[in-house]
Design a protein around this ligand. Structure first.
Ligand SMILES: [Zn+2]
Length: 390
C-alpha cells in the first residue's frame, strides 16, 4: 500500500467514526495493552485523530509506546485519562535487534524516566541470554527503581532471566510469547508477577468462540491476561476498532467476571499499581494531610519556569488509604500581591485517586501558594503549600 492510500484510508476511518458515536456508548469497556504510535503513524494520523480512533473503539485505557517516545507524549498530553504511557527504548523503527548492545539507550531511558511519567518500559524485543547483557539489566533495575512494569516481547527463557535478576519485577509478556496455552500456563504458574497480553494473535478465539484450551487457562488465571491490538505499522491503526469489536465478541463467551477482567480490569490493576492509583502513592513522597485525607503532588516539568505552562500530577487518598473518589481543584496565588494565576487549570481524573491538572502558569517570580481543594461528600477539604518561584 502506498502512503497516500494509507493516509486516505486512515482519514476515512476517522471521518466515518462520528457515525459510530452513538454505538460507542453501548460498548462494554475495554483496555488495549499494546498500542504503538511511532513516527510514521503520527505523520499519517495526527494525535487528535488517533485519540478519536481509540475513543471510538470504546477504550477505557490504552497502553501506548512509540519510537520515538515523542509519539506517546503527544497522545498523553491530549488524553491523560485514556493513555497509559509506556517508555519504548527505541528512537526509531529498526532498533529492535540492536538496542541491547547500545549503552546510549539505557541513558536515554534513565533520562526520560526522570523527566516524565510512565507506567512501564517497553515494548522491547529481547530473547534468550541477551536478557543478561548490561543494557537490559539496567532496564530491569530502572523498572524496579521507578516501580513500573516491563513490557517484554520475549521468549520464555528471557522472561525467566528477567525474574532471576529481579524476582519482584512485574512483567507484561507481549503476545504471550507466541507460545501455546500449555506453555503459557507453566510460566504463569511459576511467576506470580507475570501478565500476558494477547496482542497480534487470534488463535484463542474464532467466530466469537473461545478455544477450549485457551478457556482453560483464562479460567485458571483470570487475573493475568490483557488484550491488545499491536499497531506495529501505521496501517494497523485501521484495525483498532475492528479488533475491539472482535475482542468483545469472544470475551462475552466467558463468565462475566473473567471476561471483564481480561477486557479491562487486569490492565487497570497493572496501570494503577505503576501510576499509584492503588493508593500506594499516598504512603510515600511529599505528602500533606488534613482530616484524614492525604495528598501528594509533583510538577511536570519538575522545575517550573516563569511564564511557561506546566502540569501538576496529584494523588489523593481518603481516610484508611482508599483512593479518593471526589473531584479535585488546584490553583495558585501570590499572597503578598493578592492575585492568583491568569489561567484556570483543567483537572482530569486519570485513575482512582489520581489527577492531572494542565494549563497552570506562574507569571511572576516570588512567593506563591498552591491551593488544593478536595470536594468530599461532606464538604471541601483545603490544603496549601508554599512555593518559591525563582
Ligand atoms: Zn508491539
Amino acid at each position: 500500500m502506498t502512503r497516500p492510500m494509507i493516509r486516505a484510508m486512515l482519514w476515512a476511518v476517522a471521518a466515518g467514526l462520528a457515525l459510530a458515536a452513538a454505538a460507542v456508548r453501548a460498548q462494554s469497556p475495554l483496555a488495549d495493552a499494546h498500542i504503538h504510535y511511532s513516527h510514521d503513524a503520527w505523520d499519517m494520523l495526527p494525535p487528535a485523530e488517533a485519540i478519536k480512533v481509540l475513543r471510538q473503539a470504546g477504550l477505557k485505557k490504552a497502553f501506548v509506546s512509540s519510537s520515538s517516545d515523542q509519539g506517546t507524549q503527544m497522545l498523553y498530553e491530549q488524553a491523560p485519562d485514556l493513555i497509559v504511557p509506556v517508555l519504548r527504548p527505541y528512537r526509531r523503527r529498526g532498533e529492535t535487534g540492536t538496542w541491547f548492545h547500545d549503552d546510549s539507550v539505557a541513558d536515554m531511558v534513565a533520562g526520560l524516566l526522570a523527566k516524565n511519567t510512565y507506567a512501564g518500559i517497553g515494548e522491547f524485543h529481547l530473547f534468550g541470554e541477551n536478557a543478561d547483557l548490561p543494557v537490559p539489566r539496567r532496564m530491569v533495575q530502572l523498572a524496579a527503581k521507578h516501580k513500573i512494569f516491563l513490557h517484554a516481547h520475549s521468549d520464555a527463557d528471557a522472561i525467566a532471566r528477567i525474574f532471576l535478576q529481579d524476582p519482584d519485577a512485574r512483567v507484561l509478556w507481549a503476545h504471550s510469547g507466541f507460545d501455546q496455552p500449555a506453555a503459557i500456563a507453566v510460566m504463569l504458574r511459576k511467576y506470580k508477577n507475570l501478565w500476558s497480553d494477547l496482542a497480534f494473535r487470534s488463535d484463542h478465539a474464532s467466530d466469537g468462540k473461545v478455544d477450549p484450551e485457551w478457556r482453560r487457562i483464562f479460567m485458571e488465571f483470570p487475573d493475568r491476561f490483557l488484550i491488545g491490538t499491536d499497531t506495529f505499522a501505521p496501517e494497523r491503526w485501521y484495525f483498532v476498532i475492528e479488533h475491539a469489536a472482535w475482542s468483545r465478541a469472544w470475551l462475552a463467551g466467558l463468565p462475566k467476571d473473567v471476561g471483564e477482567n481480561i477486557a479491562y480490569r487486569n490492565a487497570e490493576t497493572l496501570a494503577n499499581w505503576a501510576l499509584g492509583g492503588d493508593g500506594s502513592t499516598c504512603a510515600s513522597g511529599i505528602t500533606m494531610s488534613k482530616d484524614g485525607y492525604r495528598l501528594s503532588y509533583g510538577f511536570e516539568p519538575a522545575a517550573i519556569q516563569v511564564g511557561r505552562p506546566f502540569a501538576v500530577r496529584i494523588a489523593v487518598c481518603a481516610p484508611e488509604n482508599a483512593p479518593f473518589a471526589g473531584e479535585v481543584r488546584v490553583g495558585a496565588a501570590m499572597p503578598a500581591h493578592g492575585h492568583g494565576m491568569n489561567y484556570k487549570p483543567a483537572v482530569q481524573k486519570t485513575a482512582p485517586g489520581l489527577y492531572y491538572a494542565q494549563g497552570l502558569m506562574l507569571h511572576m517570580r516570588g512567593h506563591w501558594q498552591f491551593n488544593f481543594q478536595l470536594l468530599t461528600e461532606t464538604g471541601i477539604v483545603r490544603l496549601g503549600a508554599d512555593h518559591q518561584q525563582k
